[in-house]
Design a protein around this ligand. Structure first.
Ligand code: SF4
Ligand code: SF4
Length: 719
């Protein structure tokens, strides 16, 4: 007994010392980042939100279970380890008393059964993971494997360690059955797995079983301690960090608005910013906040984000997983430099100093950590954030680096220069004259009031048309359809016309926070002067999901607070209330493309589908990648104004999926998507891959073709 006690305790103390040292080092590394007081404040002020997130994301394994087979395997392993804490207590107890049982519950047959059930569950999980990893072998599957780029060797070591924990556990429990010290012996077969192992070991006799009992108790303890050390030195850090990362992540998630630009824990004021002391985006790894660095340590390398990334799917160098792993590897390699004093840095080894000197964003020749081509390939579609089971905030990190590249280095794709200049000069990305914003109104056969001052009392809605909706020919058709439907339904609305400017979304997503703030402040002023702020009873209709997202969720960062509704939400409601009655049949097969900034970022999935379903004669068919699993059109993240030089085109990939359903119409609810998908369809028509009659239209255009008034007038649609 004394020997087993000494060996067990020495093992434990040694492992805890090694692991504890590493944990302290990790803590110091995390806090070498920028402060993030807003995260601490939110967690403090919303304990209920955090408790809910812990219950659903950590305990409930919500996101993991969206992938049924790997999700079940992970849940079985995770829940198994929670239950098996009981067996760890038993192991430690048995170091001091051979017949130890947990006081109170330690002899209940049900506890023995549950322990064995979860031990077997963990083994089943490990077998499933093994099969998944063999089938998704990155060496054979290449980029198609979600494990491509992950540290697979470490994963195999951990799978072996977990198996060893369970095997040693079952062997010592089986031996305990035979030596008569098993706490659950009264009910024989309830701890069924231990009982079966005990049956197999029984012929070896009492003496051998006594030896097996002590050897495997110590082996179990040794494996658990070794596992603890491996966890804190490997990607399995997520076991400890995931609950923390989820606790401090943005709520409800890191989709929708971008974070305001912060420096030293405060929102950056460009007018008072000091280039010597302020931080402009992420230019060095230590410019990330501690929460950003926590993200890096938490990544499980599961590759779910990578498998859904449209840039990765079209052979671009961007993988959201690889961005996180490259930043993490760099942070760890630079850590001795970050944690050293000024004096101490002079004596660091050459490889650490070389790592510290690497540009965060730079080409292979420049020895950069992140390839600029990967950085600029992101469409901000949100698929990675949506998928990540540990709530990593990829878009914030990507846009943080973009901000630094644009504002400090002036290093961004040259083709964006024109768009940024146009935004500054004319308030729209095409540089068209401001008064052209009202041209579409002259093409209607009814009046649309253009505001000149405050919105009248009897007008409920301000229709925010957006740059594309006002100036781009295809998007203008949707704008006219929306206006016509509102007019038919008797909805009183007005527009801003030339007083409207770009919301600033393309500038912000490109990283030019300065231009964004300039446009956003101007628009907030205009909207406030128009008297449409929240609480006034007035609402803003946005037909562009990017405008919708920016005005409703980003303008509050600048003091603008508005009730914003997307046109599909309003139109679906008008149909439901009988104010719009689609009666003319549209005998077409229609597939709907979810715009990322309407669907994934803002969770508006149902209204556009309700509109399609309300039109008689339509046959709606979903693409495989739809709703939360939708696939980007390629325009977000300011990609609309950038060349797509590498890999295949994202819009073509999306249209290929639509064409597989042989639809008559591809419908959507975003002017960006209309343009991107329209271009892809035109290219497919030119190559003979799509039928000439195939259209890409907004759901409003579909609805306007079917409403009663139009039939009564006997007019052809202009939309
Ligand atoms: S936001 Fe979309 S494009 Fe950007 S990294 Fe994530 S999945 Fe890829
Ligand atoms: S970032 Fe999230 S989804 Fe991507 S590999 Fe890491 S843990 Fe998995």
């Amino acid at each position: 007994m004394v020997l087993r006690m000494i060996v067990g305790l020495v093992l434990t103390v040694a492992a805890l010392a090694v692991a504890g040292r590493r944990v302290w080092w990790l803590r110091r590394l995390a806090f070498s980042g920028q402060p993030a007081p807003e995260r601490l404040a939110f967690a403090r002020e919303h304990p209920g939100t955090d408790a809910e997130a812990q219950l659903t994301e950590v305990v409930g394994q919500r996101k993991l279970l969206q992938w049924t087979v790997p999700g079940m395997a992970h849940a079985a392993t995770f829940w198994g380890f929670i239950v098996l804490v009981l067996t760890i207590i038993e192991v430690y107890g048995s170091l001091f008393q051979r017949t130890f049982s947990i006081p109170g519950i330690g002899q209940w047959a049900a506890i023995g059964f549950i322990e064995d059930l979860f031990a077997v569950g963990v083994l089943c999980g490990i077998v499933t993971f093994t099969i998944i990893r063999i089938r998704n072998n990155p060496h054979k599957e290449g980029r198609r494997s979600r494990f491509f780029g992950s540290h697979t060797r470490a994963a195999w070591v951990v799978l072996s360690m977990i198996s060893a924990v369970i095997i040693t556990l079952l062997v010592y429990r089986g031996a305990q059955e035979n030596t008569g010290v098993f706490p659950y012996e009264g009910d024989g077969a309830w701890p069924f797995a231990s009982w079966l192992v005990g049956k197999a070991l029984h012929p070896l006799g009492y003496g051998v079983n006594s030896v097996l009992e002590v050897v495997f108790i110590l082996a179990n303890l040794a494996v658990i301690m070794a596992f603890l050390v491996i966890v804190v030195y490997s990607k399995h850090l997520h076991i400890g960090l995931a609950p923390l990362n989820i606790m401090f992540s943005r709520r409800p998630n890191a989709l929708g608005p971008l974070e305001p630009m912060r420096s030293n824990g405060k929102v950056l004021d460009f007018e008072e910013a000091d280039p010597d002391t302020d931080v402009f985006g992420i230019g060095k790894i230590e410019d990330m906040t501690w929460k950003g660095l926590l993200d890096l340590g938490t990544c499980t390398e599961c590759g779910r984000c990578q498998s859904k990334c449209p840039a990765w799917a079209t052979d671009k160098p961007l993988s959201p997983k690889q961005i996180i792993l490259d930043l993490r590897d760099h942070a760890f390699a630079k850590a001795p430099y970050l944690l050293a004093t000024e004096e101490g840095r002079e004596h660091l080894p050459a490889d650490v100093l070389a790592e510290a000197g690497r540009p965060l964003v730079g080409t292979l020749e420049e020895n950069g950590v992140i390839d600029p081509e990967a950085l600029w390939a992101c469409t901000n579609c949100g698929a990675c954030v949506n998928e990540c089971p540990v709530d990593i905030e990829h878009i914030d990190h990507i846009n943080g680096m973009r901000r630094h590249q644009v504002l400090v280095e002036s290093a961004f794709p040259t083709e964006a220069t024109g768009m940024l200049n146009n935004l500054e000069r004319r308030g729209n990305p095409w540089g068209m004259a401001e008064d052209r914003r009202a041209d579409w109104i002259t093409e209607l056969d009814f009046e649309v009031p253009v505001l000149d001052g405050r919105i009248p009392d009897d007008v409920e809605y301000l229709y925010w048309v957006g740059c594309a909706g006002a100036l781009e020919d295809r998007a203008k058709k949707a704008t006219k359809a929306i206006a016509e439907l509102l007019h038919v339904a008797g909805v009183k609305f007005a527009v801003l016309g030339p007083a409207e400017a770009c919301t600033g979304d393309p500038a912000r997503r490109l990283g030019n926070e300065f231009v964004f703030q300039m446009l956003a402040q101007q628009n907030v002023e205009t909207l406030n002067e128009a008297g449409v702020g929240a609480g006034t009873g007035k609402k803003v209709i946005a037909s562009c999901p990017h405008c919708f997202n920016t005005i409703s969720r980003e303008y509050p960062q600048l003091g603008g607070d508005y009730e914003v509704i997307h046109h599909t939400q309003l139109l679906a409601r008008l149909v439901e209330e009988g104010k719009l009655t689609p009666v003319n049949p549209v005998d077409e097969k229609i597939t709907y493309h979810d715009p990322c900034f309407l669907g994934r970022h803002n969770k508006v999935y149902t209204p556009p589908r309700q509109i399609i379903d309300a039109v008689p004669g339509t046959r709606a068919e979903e693409m495989h990648r739809c709703k939360g699993n939708g696939f980007c059109c390629g325009a977000g993240g300011a990609r609309m104004w950038l060349e797509e030089r590498t890999g295949t085109r994202i819009n073509n990939n999306r249209i290929d999926e639509a064409l597989a359903l042989n639809p008559d119409t591809v419908s959507t609810a975003c002017p960006y998507c209309m343009v991107m998908l329209g271009d892809a369809v035109n290219a497919k028509k030119a190559s003979g891959e799509a039928k000439e009659s195939l259209e890409v239209i907004d759901v409003a255009q579909l609805l306007v073709r079917s409403v009663r008034l139009r039939e009564e007038r006997g007019e052809e649609t202009k939309a």
